[in-house]
Write a protein that binds this ligand. Structure first.
Ligand code: FAD
Length: 416
């Protein structure tokens, strides 16, 4: 068993770490001061454009697109594809996860990454030219509209919004919420998921469609922006969006009517690796900050590190991060070698483990920092909020646990 990263991954790790240290981490304070100074909250801080241009020039751009997806692109002349394996990209996602602003700098932020993967795998040549190319070049951003306020959306078959084909048009109706990224000034398109087959007796995973909806289509309205622990996460934001008799050509449906669930499944595997490795990166940064603080700050005549159970807390944080990272890398390796279906349990396991480990480690770092930990002078409070929401976003912990248990019990049930 070889735990070393490939030479390709190692070379990107070195380049990305250097870029983060030289450009991204020092720009964080500038970014947030520009964001908060802005008269309108929904603007992109100018420093972001500068960082993106530098990252592109350094060849650290669109690193997330895995090799198999790269090969499946059928649109002519698409540029900006790298083609790393999931195992090679995973450590890069971890490095990006150390900073709130880094994923966008490298055009590797959710939900654009998932949406681009959908377009790479399932988009028509026309859809790829119109939407994928500007997403790949970072000119526009996108959102993903699946969750609904009126139904328990951890069970996607509860969905009520509709995408009905009428002649050569598809007509959308319904309300979505927690559509991340929809507040971004460059958000031009959303992927909307709705019911196309209203017959309740039809096979439940063949009734839905995914539709590309330009933001300026009549009938699309952002009703309000939602806040997360009191913060609106500008300039991305999470919106509640209504779709009222939104009419689009049928060519806006991705891969054809009724294939929504198939696409949703296809979108899941790599996206979970990205989320989990990013949150592990946040946990690693929290541990680093916690250790620095613990050895420098003194109370009751001793460094904080030597007081009470603090050294155990630090040791346990290291153990938990290592476990979460190794499991996530294993899941990435399995996606590359045996595919998403065979890696279903591991993918569900990491989605439970990584955000919980990160939440615990960041919480402990906040404690060691005292009051400073909950303020805005360190990234800890924002990282904590992000780890906490990741226990809900992309499916609550409980749904992933039920998947793991179902797979674990399957052979025993089959043998009855
Ligand atoms: C910050 C943030 C960003 C998001 N971004 C997006 C986005 O971009 N696009 C999008 O479409 N959605 C997004 N979401 C929505 C997210 O995916 C949903 O919130 C999630 O799927 C859960 O759906 P729900 O909120 O309707 O919870 P519900 O389905 O109502 O579930 C509530 C609770 O019920 C319990 N529960 C549910 N199922 C089970 C089970 N099988 N076993 C045991 N207990 C269970 C769990 O405790 C669960 O937390 C985002 C959410 C957040 C918080």
């Amino acid at each position: 068993m070889n735990f070393a990263f490939s030479s390709t991954a190692q070379s990107y790790i070195n380049r990305l770490q250097d870029f983060m240290a030289e450009h991204v981490i020092p720009a964080e304070a500038v970014y947030f001061s520009q964001l908060k100074r802005g008269e309108r909250p929904w603007v992109v801080p100018p420093v972001m454009a500068d960082l993106k241009a530098r990252a592109k020039q350094a060849g650290l751009w669109n690193l997330f697109l895995a090799a198999d997806e790269h090969n499946k692109v059928h649109g002519a002349g698409l540029t900006g594809l790298i083609g790393l394996s999931n195992a090679d990209y995973a450590p890069l996602a971890e490095i990006m996860g150390r900073s709130f602003i880094a994923p966008e700098v490298f055009n590797c932020n959710a939900p654009d990454t998932g949406n681009m993967e959908v377009l790479v795998k399932y988009g028509s040549a026309e859809q790829q030219q119109r939407w994928l190319q500007p997403l790949l070049s970072g000119e526009i951003r996108s959102a993903f509209c699946m969750t609904e306020p009126d139904v328990a959306s951890s069970d996607a078959t509860n969905m009520q919004a509709t995408a009905i084909v009428e002649g050569d048009e598809v007509v959308l109706n319904g309300v979505k919420w927690w559509s991340t990224g929809i507040g971004h000034p460059d958000c031009r398109v959303v992927i909307f998921m709705g019911l196309s087959d209203l017959n309740p007796k039809a096979p439940k995973h063949l009734r839905h469609s995914m539709v590309l909806v330009p933001m300026d289509t009549p009938g699309v309205k952002i009703e309000r922006m939602l806040s997360v622990f009191g913060d609106q996460d500008e300039p991305y934001g999470h919106g509640e969006v209504s779709f009222t008799n939104v009419r689009l050509p049928v060519s806006s449906i991705i891969a054809g009517a009724g294939r929504g669930f198939e696409i949703a499944q296809g979108r899941l595997g790599p996206g979970r690796i990205h989320h989990c490795m990013r949150v592990i990166g946040a946990a690693e940064r929290a541990l680093e900050l916690m250790c620095k603080r613990a050895v420098r700050r003194v109370a009751f005549g001793q460094p904080l590190a030597d007081l009470g159970g603090n050294s155990d807390i630090i040791a346990n944080a290291r153990i938990a991060i290592e476990q979460a990272r190794l499991l996530t890398l294993k899941a990435a390796w399995m996606i590359d070698t045996v595919g998403v279906k065979a890696a279903m349990s591991e993918i569900a396991q990491i989605k439970v483990v990584a955000p919980n480990v990160a939440q615990m480690v960041i919480d402990q770092a906040i404690q060691i920092f005292g009051a400073a930990g909950v303020g805005a002078d360190t990234p800890l409070a924002a990282m904590y909020a992000n780890a906490r929401i990741l226990r809900l976003a992309d499916g609550p912990d409980e749904v992933h646990r039920s998947m793991i248990a179902k797979l674990e019990l399957k052979p025993y049930r089959n043998s009855l």
